[in-house]
Design a protein around this ligand. Sequence first.
Ligand SMILES: COC(=O)c1ccnc(N)c1
Length: 241
Amino acid sequence: MRIDVVTIFPDYLRALDLSLVGKARTSGLLDLRVHDLRDWTTDRHRTVDDSPLGGGAGMVMRPDVWGQALDACAQPGAHLVVPTPSGRTFTQRTAEALSGEEQLVFACGRYEGIDARVAERHRAAGGRVSELSIGDYVLNGGEVATMVMVEAVARLLPGVIGNPESLVEESHGAAGLLEYPVYTRPPSWDGYDAPEVLLSGHHARIARWRRDEALRRTAARRPDMIKDLDAAALDKHDRAV
Ligand SMILES: COC(=O)c1ccnc(N)c1
């Protein structure tokens, strides 16, 4: 998969050189390219914004500069992702869908946002556009949200995570639940004991305990997820939890 990120703060994205995404890049599983939007400006001051048509506070990012940048970066069929607080909510399902794309281009907006015609033109040219929010709060720019989404997508690419099995049980995974509490050695620490069942070696009981804890945690913290659960997926015991 190829991911392009266009931003006026390319150094912000340096964190993507590290850890899991960094390894995916060096192994060639992920072709991640970060671009400075100002490389497509033509004036001496490298201007990327202008005052909003219709008046109002703040500045809007110019369509001409963004158009040049996207023409240079987006291959035919590229999926344009615009991080914005006014977007649809980015979820694990969104990450799964995006992980199947050939190319994602993240347009990191600043100021009051990017001129709406940039997305309009990409759609008109047959490209997909997703305006996505990572939650109900406002940031100063799209860069942090882009890093969140790039990590969530990259870890789903085949070969990036060592054990793909772990993707099934994690929160918001295939089970549709939050993950159960986890423990490691020592079994007793500072007067606190790990649940006995985890030391029993009885795999069926351990699996059942984990399922119960996932159900309890989801019901307590995210009751909205319980109602979305496929009823058939809940067995008789689950319903008793
Ligand atoms: C400028 O971008 C944002 O403020 C932003 C982007 C994505 N999700 C959000 N919740 C905010």
